[in-house]
Design a binder for this molecule. Sequence first.
Ligand SMILES: [Zn+2]
Length: 301
Amino acid sequence: MYIDPHIHVVSRTTDDYEAMQKAGIVAVIEPAFWLGQPRTEVGSFKDYFSTLVGWERFRASQFGIVHYCTMGLNSKEANNEALAEQVMELLPLYVGKEGVVAIGEIGYDDQTEAEDKFYRLQLELAKEVDLPVLIHTPHRDKRKGTIRSMNVSEEHGLDPKMVIVDHNNEETVKEVLDRGYYAGFTIYPHTKMGSERMVEIVRHYGPERIIVNSAADWGISDPLAVPKTADLMRKSGIPEEHIKLVTYQNALTAFGQSGQMDERDWLDAAPLDQTKKMSGNSVLRGGQTPRVEGKTDIVEN
Ligand SMILES: [Zn+2]
């Protein structure tokens, strides 16, 4: 069993869902993020947030995968301050919904003043509703941005155990772990931060508080990055219990602190039934045969 704790499945196809389930992914977490182009109206955020707790959760269930999400205003769009203010008014209506396991992904992109302002406001929101925080670290000036994210989080009194710092690399991992945070790693295909490097990081630092994800979205990315990395770890002699921690258990422990994510959600899930509908809509098109399964035996890995 695997968890992919960072994947933007609204951008993925049903073929991806089928392949993910086949590869052993039992649950996914979809962080609220931007869509590749900036939104111009608060209503677009409202409908997006509703999709994350509504249709997408249902759609995943139709392929045997339990879907959770995180709610937040991403750092890029924090730079449109007038709109960001309106999103901040909207967020409290969504953070308490079923399946919301963190505030995120929030943090810095260009490390502007506006980003800093809305990052801090959302750290306060996370404290208020007692949810973990998922931090997106910037791709430019990564080390500086990562350290700043942690400093500001501590300034606001958050417990590092409640914070997942994502998109780490070899330059950031040591400090993130030393300071007591969870360290997320995104496996990007065709780049240097591929599965091979991930194997070496786990070999060097051990499995404690390290979490592997795909961050697959509308860009070139791989929704099977987590199971593929686990396979490479196996071939490379990483102990099975370490693989389980970084591709399953650590994500469950970290995001489970929300009280919204429990292993029983997939172990005791109702059998897959594609005849189900949500508000009259199904994943089937005319003439397709629904998959309806008896309760499957879960094989522990
Ligand atoms: Zn993301």
